[in-house]
Write a protein that binds this ligand. Structure first.
Ligand SMILES: CSC[C@H]1O[C@H](OP(=O)(O)O)[C@H](O)[C@@H]1O
Length: 348
């Protein structure tokens, strides 16, 4: 599934597999303007921290084409569009990282045509490198899984959340590629159901045994010894190893610690934010109530009753057995292992 994000350079159009409609409908959503890209990010046509970063990189190229219409003022218009893009979703650091990398590469280039060529090449490099990083994570992480393991995941950290192959699901795929028999329990992950709809879709297509579980079955499944390890993705990992990920992740981590089950996080270096010292400072996206009050078009809560819909939570670094990256597996104390292995160098 390495083609769910495509860029038509001639039409300067980003083509996305519409993840809102999976698994029942496979449909492409075309982004011809920055507004289209922002809409796709905010409504989760495309979602998942690395996939958001790759899409934003192509979004910068679209912003340049759009800004050219402003004539002599194209730089001002470009900056307005880039700022709009960078603010589309607040928690996944990959979005700001990708726009920042593009801005840095374009600094000092006066000719918009030259800038367009540089940005297209860089966006394609970010895209290709994400797949390569996923496969490296698969090798490092796959070695941590034992033949016959049942691994619990939360949300979707697969090919659909990245440029292809996946972070947490990349670890699963890496172990399978090593000849290990791995089964997966995919937490459905209310309210957007990334686990039930997207992880199950990906793994079933790959022929990897997957069972969907209600989010609130987690403790029972662990207590009954049905979970050997947990592997999840991340949206932002900060300097002390605290991890922002899909809402519910911290609860899974607390239960895993209670039941003595190893809890791993898989993420590329582009998901690290060394400028933020701890997880209390990570912005948590607060999404539309409609995702909670409705299932599809059907209302399930009474009119007038408020709901919480925080999209992420923060797992304390003390609950994490290891952080799997494309540069190796980080072990506690994370403040030093992150500084040593990830460091400041996170450029593609
Ligand atoms: C490859 S990790 C992706 C990460 O992003 C997901 O959030 P969302 O579906 O809202 O973009 C989830 O937290 C995943 O772990």
């Amino acid at each position: 599934m390495e083609d769910h994000i495509r860029f038509d350079a001639e039409a300067c159009t980003l083509l996305l597999l519409d993840q809102r409609k999976l698994p029942l409908i496979e449909e492409t959503f075309a982004c011809r303007t920055v507004e289209d890209v922002v809409f796709a990010l905010q409504t989760m046509v495309v979602r998942g921290a690395p996939a958001i970063g790759v899409s934003a990189a192509y979004g910068c190229r679209i912003a340049l084409r759009q800004a050219m219409a402003a004539g002599a003022y194209w730089r001002n218009e470009l900056e307005r569009l880039l700022s709009m893009l960078a603010q589309a979703r607040p928690t996944a650091v990959n979005l700001a990282w990708a726009v920042g990398v593009m801005r840095e590469a374009g600094a000092g280039i006066q000719d918009p045509r030259e800038l367009g060529e540089v940005w297209l090449a860089l966006a394609m490099k970010i895209h290709a490198e994400d797949i390569a990083m996923n496969k490296a994570m698969g090798r490092f992480g796959g070695a941590l899984l034992a033949d016959g393991d049942t691994v619990m995941t939360h949300c979707n950290a697969g090919a659909l959340a990245t440029a292809g192959y996946g972070t947490a699901l990349g670890v699963i795929r890496g172990a399978v590629d090593m000849g290990k028999k791995i089964s997966v329990i995919a937490n459905e992950t209310r309210p957007f159901l990334q686990g039930a709809r997207l992880t199950a879709y990906e793994l079933h297509k790959d022929g990897i045994p997957v069972t969907v579980a209600c989010d609130n079955a987690c403790s029972l499944l662990m207590k009954r010894g049905l979970v050997d390890k947990v592997v999840v993705g991340a949206d932002r990992i900060v300097a002390n190893g605290d991890v922002a990920n899909k809402i519910g992740t911290s609860g899974v981590a607390i239960l895993a610690r209670h039941y003595g089950i190893p809890f791993y996080v898989a993420a590329p270096s582009s998901t690290f934010d060394l400028g933020t010292p701890d997880g209390s400072l990570i912005p948590i996206e607060d999404r539309t109530p409609l995702e909670v009050t409705h299932v599809g078009d059907t209302r399930i809560t009474p009119e007038g009753v408020p709901v919480f819909n925080y999209a992420f939570d923060v797992t304390d670094h003390s609950l994490i057995t290891g952080i799997i990256t494309e540069r190796g597996v980080l072990s506690p104390p994370y403040t030093s292992s992150i500084a040593e292995i990830i460091g400041q160098e996170r450029r593609p």
